[in-house]
Design a protein around this ligand. Structure first.
Ligand code: ATP
Ligand code: PRP
Ligand code: MG
Length: 212
Protein backbone atom coordinates (compact mmCIF):
# COMPACT_ATOMS: atom_id res chain seq x y z
CA UNK A 1 0.00 0.00 0.00
CA UNK A 2 1.21 3.49 -0.93
CA UNK A 3 -0.12 6.40 1.17
CA UNK A 4 -0.05 9.92 -0.28
CA UNK A 5 -0.49 12.89 2.13
CA UNK A 6 -2.21 15.98 0.75
CA UNK A 7 -3.88 19.03 2.26
CA UNK A 8 -7.34 20.22 1.27
CA UNK A 9 -7.69 23.30 -0.90
CA UNK A 10 -5.14 24.47 -3.43
CA UNK A 11 -2.59 21.68 -2.87
CA UNK A 12 -5.28 19.04 -3.35
CA UNK A 13 -6.77 20.77 -6.39
CA UNK A 14 -3.42 21.33 -8.09
CA UNK A 15 -2.20 17.79 -7.31
CA UNK A 16 -5.27 16.02 -8.75
CA UNK A 17 -4.11 16.62 -12.39
CA UNK A 18 -0.64 15.24 -11.52
CA UNK A 19 -2.24 12.15 -9.96
CA UNK A 20 -4.44 11.75 -13.04
CA UNK A 21 -1.38 11.95 -15.30
CA UNK A 22 0.12 9.17 -13.16
CA UNK A 23 -3.01 7.06 -13.71
CA UNK A 24 -4.48 7.70 -10.25
CA UNK A 25 -8.05 8.96 -9.82
CA UNK A 26 -9.86 9.51 -6.54
CA UNK A 27 -13.09 7.84 -5.54
CA UNK A 28 -14.31 10.81 -3.49
CA UNK A 29 -14.30 14.59 -3.41
CA UNK A 30 -12.79 15.88 -0.13
CA UNK A 31 -14.90 19.04 -0.30
CA UNK A 32 -18.10 17.02 0.10
CA UNK A 33 -16.89 13.92 1.96
CA UNK A 34 -15.83 14.09 5.62
CA UNK A 35 -13.49 11.14 5.18
CA UNK A 36 -9.78 11.63 5.86
CA UNK A 37 -8.69 8.51 3.97
CA UNK A 38 -9.66 8.46 0.31
CA UNK A 39 -9.46 5.37 -1.85
CA UNK A 40 -8.28 5.60 -5.45
CA UNK A 41 -8.85 3.58 -8.62
CA UNK A 42 -5.68 1.66 -7.66
CA UNK A 43 -6.32 -0.78 -4.80
CA UNK A 44 -2.76 -0.25 -3.48
CA UNK A 45 -2.82 3.59 -3.45
CA UNK A 46 -4.68 5.80 -0.97
CA UNK A 47 -4.71 9.51 -0.18
CA UNK A 48 -4.85 10.93 3.35
CA UNK A 49 -5.96 14.51 4.07
CA UNK A 50 -4.00 16.43 6.70
CA UNK A 51 -3.32 20.08 7.59
CA UNK A 52 -0.82 21.59 5.14
CA UNK A 53 1.72 22.12 7.92
CA UNK A 54 1.39 18.48 9.02
CA UNK A 55 2.25 16.93 5.62
CA UNK A 56 6.06 16.90 6.27
CA UNK A 57 5.48 15.27 9.68
CA UNK A 58 3.35 12.42 8.30
CA UNK A 59 5.98 11.69 5.62
CA UNK A 60 8.94 12.04 8.02
CA UNK A 61 7.51 9.37 10.34
CA UNK A 62 6.42 7.10 7.48
CA UNK A 63 2.68 7.39 8.21
CA UNK A 64 2.56 8.55 4.58
CA UNK A 65 5.07 7.37 1.96
CA UNK A 66 4.88 10.55 -0.10
CA UNK A 67 3.31 13.97 0.23
CA UNK A 68 2.95 17.34 -1.41
CA UNK A 69 4.07 20.33 0.67
CA UNK A 70 4.83 23.99 0.06
CA UNK A 71 8.45 25.10 0.30
CA UNK A 72 7.35 27.56 3.00
CA UNK A 73 6.26 24.70 5.25
CA UNK A 74 9.29 22.57 4.34
CA UNK A 75 11.58 25.44 5.32
CA UNK A 76 9.75 25.74 8.61
CA UNK A 77 9.79 21.98 9.21
CA UNK A 78 13.52 21.78 8.43
CA UNK A 79 13.28 18.89 5.97
CA UNK A 80 14.99 16.36 8.26
CA UNK A 81 14.08 12.79 7.34
CA UNK A 82 12.63 13.82 4.00
CA UNK A 83 13.76 13.08 0.46
CA UNK A 84 12.68 15.96 -1.80
CA UNK A 85 13.07 14.77 -5.39
CA UNK A 86 10.74 17.17 -7.23
CA UNK A 87 9.67 20.78 -7.43
CA UNK A 88 6.13 20.34 -8.75
CA UNK A 89 5.81 23.99 -9.78
CA UNK A 90 2.29 24.24 -8.34
CA UNK A 91 0.85 26.50 -5.60
CA UNK A 92 3.38 29.17 -6.49
CA UNK A 93 3.77 32.29 -4.41
CA UNK A 94 6.46 34.24 -2.50
CA UNK A 95 7.28 34.60 1.17
CA UNK A 96 7.82 38.27 1.97
CA UNK A 97 8.16 40.83 4.73
CA UNK A 98 5.26 43.29 4.57
CA UNK A 99 4.43 46.44 6.54
CA UNK A 100 1.69 49.09 6.78
CA UNK A 101 1.93 51.66 3.98
CA UNK A 102 3.01 54.33 6.48
CA UNK A 103 5.72 52.33 8.23
CA UNK A 104 9.31 53.18 7.20
CA UNK A 105 10.87 49.72 7.38
CA UNK A 106 14.20 50.77 5.81
CA UNK A 107 14.60 53.50 8.39
CA UNK A 108 13.74 51.22 11.31
CA UNK A 109 16.38 48.77 10.07
CA UNK A 110 18.96 51.54 9.52
CA UNK A 111 18.43 52.82 13.04
CA UNK A 112 18.76 49.33 14.49
CA UNK A 113 15.31 49.54 16.05
CA UNK A 114 13.61 46.37 17.26
CA UNK A 115 10.92 45.48 14.74
CA UNK A 116 7.89 43.51 15.94
CA UNK A 117 7.10 40.83 13.38
CA UNK A 118 4.01 38.59 13.42
CA UNK A 119 4.11 35.34 11.47
CA UNK A 120 3.31 31.65 11.40
CA UNK A 121 6.82 31.08 9.97
CA UNK A 122 8.81 31.71 13.17
CA UNK A 123 11.88 29.63 12.26
CA UNK A 124 12.22 30.90 8.70
CA UNK A 125 11.66 34.49 9.83
CA UNK A 126 14.24 34.19 12.63
CA UNK A 127 16.85 32.94 10.15
CA UNK A 128 16.03 35.61 7.58
CA UNK A 129 16.31 38.55 9.98
CA UNK A 130 19.40 37.13 11.71
CA UNK A 131 21.17 36.84 8.33
CA UNK A 132 20.27 40.49 7.59
CA UNK A 133 21.26 41.67 11.06
CA UNK A 134 17.76 43.03 11.71
CA UNK A 135 16.65 43.01 15.35
CA UNK A 136 13.19 41.51 15.67
CA UNK A 137 10.69 40.38 18.27
CA UNK A 138 8.73 37.53 16.72
CA UNK A 139 5.06 36.94 17.52
CA UNK A 140 3.58 33.57 16.59
CA UNK A 141 0.26 33.60 14.72
CA UNK A 142 -1.67 30.79 13.04
CA UNK A 143 -3.35 32.77 10.22
CA UNK A 144 -4.71 36.13 9.03
CA UNK A 145 -1.26 37.68 9.52
CA UNK A 146 -2.32 40.71 7.44
CA UNK A 147 -4.45 41.90 10.34
CA UNK A 148 -1.60 42.21 12.85
CA UNK A 149 -0.06 45.52 11.65
CA UNK A 150 -3.53 47.09 11.26
CA UNK A 151 -4.44 46.69 14.92
CA UNK A 152 -1.03 47.38 16.44
CA UNK A 153 -0.02 43.79 17.22
CA UNK A 154 3.09 44.10 15.04
CA UNK A 155 5.07 46.47 12.81
CA UNK A 156 5.59 43.87 10.12
CA UNK A 157 4.50 40.40 9.02
CA UNK A 158 6.15 37.51 7.26
CA UNK A 159 3.52 35.96 4.98
CA UNK A 160 2.82 34.58 1.52
CA UNK A 161 1.89 36.75 -1.44
CA UNK A 162 0.57 35.63 -4.80
CA UNK A 163 -1.53 38.23 -6.63
CA UNK A 164 -0.96 40.88 -3.94
CA UNK A 165 -4.73 41.36 -3.52
CA UNK A 166 -4.71 40.55 0.19
CA UNK A 167 -1.86 42.96 0.92
CA UNK A 168 -3.50 45.75 -1.10
CA UNK A 169 -6.93 45.20 0.45
CA UNK A 170 -5.32 45.74 3.86
CA UNK A 171 -3.07 48.68 2.87
CA UNK A 172 0.15 46.72 3.31
CA UNK A 173 3.22 46.65 1.08
CA UNK A 174 5.92 44.03 0.58
CA UNK A 175 9.34 45.42 1.52
CA UNK A 176 11.58 42.33 1.33
CA UNK A 177 11.57 38.95 -0.43
CA UNK A 178 12.43 35.91 1.65
CA UNK A 179 11.74 32.83 -0.45
CA UNK A 180 10.15 31.87 -3.76
CA UNK A 181 7.56 29.21 -2.89
CA UNK A 182 6.10 26.26 -4.79
CA UNK A 183 4.94 22.82 -3.74
CA UNK A 184 7.42 19.94 -3.69
CA UNK A 185 6.96 16.19 -3.73
CA UNK A 186 8.41 14.74 -0.54
CA UNK A 187 9.20 11.08 0.05
CA UNK A 188 10.00 8.97 3.11
CA UNK A 189 13.52 7.57 2.45
CA UNK A 190 12.75 4.16 4.02
CA UNK A 191 9.58 3.87 1.91
CA UNK A 192 11.61 4.59 -1.19
CA UNK A 193 13.92 1.68 -0.36
CA UNK A 194 11.17 -0.78 0.61
CA UNK A 195 8.58 0.20 -2.03
CA UNK A 196 10.86 1.37 -4.83
CA UNK A 197 9.01 -0.73 -7.40
CA UNK A 198 5.79 1.27 -6.97
CA UNK A 199 7.26 4.60 -5.80
CA UNK A 200 9.90 5.13 -8.50
CA UNK A 201 7.36 5.05 -11.38
CA UNK A 202 5.04 7.33 -9.38
CA UNK A 203 7.82 9.89 -8.82
CA UNK A 204 8.77 9.68 -12.49
CA UNK A 205 5.16 10.18 -13.63
CA UNK A 206 4.76 13.16 -11.28
CA UNK A 207 7.96 14.67 -12.64
CA UNK A 208 6.82 14.23 -16.23
CA UNK A 209 3.37 15.71 -15.51
CA UNK A 210 4.87 18.62 -13.56
CA UNK A 211 7.30 19.46 -16.37
CA UNK A 212 4.85 19.32 -19.00
P1 ATP B 1 -4.41 25.95 7.06
O1 ATP B 1 -5.71 26.20 6.38
O2 ATP B 1 -4.27 24.59 7.63
O3 ATP B 1 -3.96 27.06 7.97
P2 ATP B 1 -2.76 26.86 4.91
O4 ATP B 1 -3.34 28.20 4.92
O5 ATP B 1 -1.27 26.74 5.06
O6 ATP B 1 -3.34 25.86 5.95
P3 ATP B 1 -3.27 26.55 2.14
O7 ATP B 1 -3.77 27.93 2.06
O8 ATP B 1 -4.00 25.48 1.40
O9 ATP B 1 -3.17 26.05 3.61
O10 ATP B 1 -1.77 26.60 1.66
C1 ATP B 1 -1.06 25.43 1.33
C2 ATP B 1 0.22 25.83 0.63
O11 ATP B 1 -0.10 26.49 -0.60
C3 ATP B 1 1.10 26.81 1.40
O12 ATP B 1 1.95 26.12 2.28
C4 ATP B 1 1.84 27.51 0.28
O13 ATP B 1 2.96 26.74 -0.13
C5 ATP B 1 0.80 27.55 -0.85
N1 ATP B 1 0.02 28.81 -0.88
C6 ATP B 1 -0.55 29.44 0.16
N2 ATP B 1 -1.19 30.56 -0.21
C7 ATP B 1 -1.01 30.66 -1.55
C8 ATP B 1 -1.45 31.59 -2.55
N3 ATP B 1 -2.18 32.66 -2.23
N4 ATP B 1 -1.12 31.34 -3.83
C9 ATP B 1 -0.39 30.26 -4.16
N5 ATP B 1 0.05 29.35 -3.27
C10 ATP B 1 -0.25 29.53 -1.98
C1 PRP C 1 -2.94 33.03 1.39
C2 PRP C 1 -1.88 33.81 2.16
C3 PRP C 1 -2.24 35.26 1.91
C4 PRP C 1 -2.92 35.19 0.54
C5 PRP C 1 -2.04 35.79 -0.50
O1 PRP C 1 -4.11 32.98 2.12
O2 PRP C 1 -1.86 33.46 3.53
O3 PRP C 1 -3.13 35.73 2.87
O4 PRP C 1 -3.13 33.81 0.22
O5 PRP C 1 -2.59 35.64 -1.78
P1 PRP C 1 -2.83 36.92 -2.70
O6 PRP C 1 -1.55 37.67 -2.77
O7 PRP C 1 -3.20 36.32 -4.05
O8 PRP C 1 -3.95 37.71 -2.11
P2 PRP C 1 -5.24 31.88 1.76
O9 PRP C 1 -5.93 32.25 0.50
O10 PRP C 1 -4.59 30.55 1.76
O11 PRP C 1 -6.24 32.01 2.95
P3 PRP C 1 -6.10 31.39 4.44
O12 PRP C 1 -6.01 32.62 5.31
O13 PRP C 1 -7.34 30.62 4.62
O14 PRP C 1 -4.87 30.56 4.50
MG1 MG D 1 -3.72 29.55 3.31
Amino acid sequence: MITIALSKGRIFEETVPLLAASGITLSEDPETSRKLILATNKPDVRVILVRASDVPTYVQYGAADVGVAGRDLLAEHGGQGLYQPLDLGIAKCRMVVAVREGFDYARAVRQGARVRVATKYIGTAREHFAAKGVHVDLIKLYGSMELAPLVGLADAIVDLVDTGHTLRANKLIAVEDILPVSAHLIVNPASLKLKRETLAPLIEAFGKAARG
